[in-house]
Design a protein around this ligand. Structure first.
Ligand SMILES: O=P(O)(O)OC[C@H]1O[C@H](O[C@H]2O[C@H](CO)[C@@H](O)[C@H](O)[C@H]2O)[C@H](O)[C@@H](O)[C@@H]1O
Length: 326
């Protein structure tokens, strides 16, 4: 099924090329999914008999993918009501995702593990927080389990696979978890910056000074922090986040009003390029032209240029609305 910081210095470089920054001029096509660790746990509990349904014993990579590609009409799904329910929920979401020339998402979700096995090119996209790592009050302590990192690295060694992390996190955080040697592509801050597989340089040169709203939004968020004890502002290289996970129930009570306030400030100031979004115990401000849907479209277009065709298998896993390209 497709499911659900601290200040830092820039670690990126400006490098315009054929792999230039993804344009924000197209509609997004990414989608959300339930957490990888959650599904991995489900798969781990499947019986040996179910595992043996694979024509060959699945390795870690295939096992993870299998959990997302089980046909809800199959006997596997019927034997696991929770998985069946999640698959149906994924299909409901998939039906809402516009098909912009990409493979139809609903068909992808209905694929059997054989489709993964036989696809000549595969794109596997993973969100980070809430998907690869459990949500915790302090963002710097949200580390993906080594088991997950190892599984992703293993997936990325398969020649047919392109593995990307498309995250709201900043560059510095992601590159510490996913070294160049991991062969995993990275998108940071919802698509503002990206690092191609095998390369150490980041592409993308957006900076706070490009956006007239940036200082005002930071100032507003700081007043929220002063008002709600325990909340904090995360100042990333470009995007700003007000966190209130550690300030309950006050944070959740005021969050809708605070989001509305930030949106009103942006609207009244004519800052149409400022997007305010709510995540899991966060309110985030970012440029409107940046979202994960554009990031995935960029990756797909790049694969099409390289292989002469669209990826035959596409999997996007996330836990939040931004993972739906919003
Ligand atoms: O796109 P993602 O990789 O999922 O990043 C989205 C935001 O994730 C982080 O916040 C979330 O995780 C924190 C650590 O568990 C948690 O404290 C917070 O409540 C969550 O919303 C990150 O700190 C943000 O910068 C990302 O935008």
């Amino acid at each position: 099924m497709i499911k659900p910081k601290e200040p830092s210095t820039s670690s990126g470089t400006s490098q315009k090329s054929k792999d230039a920054e993804p344009s924000g001029a197209q509609d997004g096509a990414a989608t959300g999914a339930s957490s990888l660790s959650e599904h991995k746990a489900e798969v781990d509990t499947l019986s040996n008999e179910q595992i043996k349904r694979e024509s060959s014993p699945p390795g870690t990579s295939e096992t993870i993918l299998w959990s997302f590609t089980s046909d809800p009409e199959s006997s596997i799904a019927r034997s696991d009501s929770e998985l069946q329910m999640k698959s149906k929920e994924a299909l409901r979401i998939a039906e809402k995702v516009p098909n912009r020339g990409l493979p139809n998402l609903k068909q992808i979700l209905l694929m059997t593990p054989d489709h993964y096995s036989t696809a000549r090119t595969r794109l596997l996209v993973f969100d980070y927080d809430g998907t690869l790592a459990a949500l915790v009050p302090n963002p710097s302590q949200a580390l993906a389990p080594q088991e997950i990192l190892t599984a992703l690295a293993e997936l990325a060694t398969v020649p047919e696979n392109a593995v990307w992390i498309v995250s709201g996190r900043e560059r510095k955080f992601l590159e510490e978890l996913f070294p160049v040697s991991s062969n995993i592509g990275l998108f940071a801050e919802h698509g503002a910056y990206h690092r191609l597989p095998h390369q150490s340089a980041w592409i993308g040169d957006r900076a706070p000074t490009d956006y007239p709203w940036w200082t005002a939004m930071l100032s507003r968020m700081q007043t929220f922090t002063a008002t709600i004890p325990g909340s904090r502002v995360e100042v990333k290289d470009l995007t700003l986040v007000w966190h209130y996970r550690a300030s309950q129930p006050e944070g959740s009570i005021v969050a809708p009003a605070y989001r509305f306030l930030l949106e009103a400030v942006a609207a009244q100031s004519g800052w149409i390029d400022c997007k305010i979004s709510e995540g899991s115990c966060i309110i985030e401000a970012r440029p409107s032209a940046i979202n994960k849907g554009f990031a995935v479209q960029f990756i797909v277009a790049r694969m099409e240029r390289t292989h002469g065709e669209l990826p035959e298998f596409l999997l996007c896993v996330g836990d939040d609305v931004t993972d739906e390209g919003k």
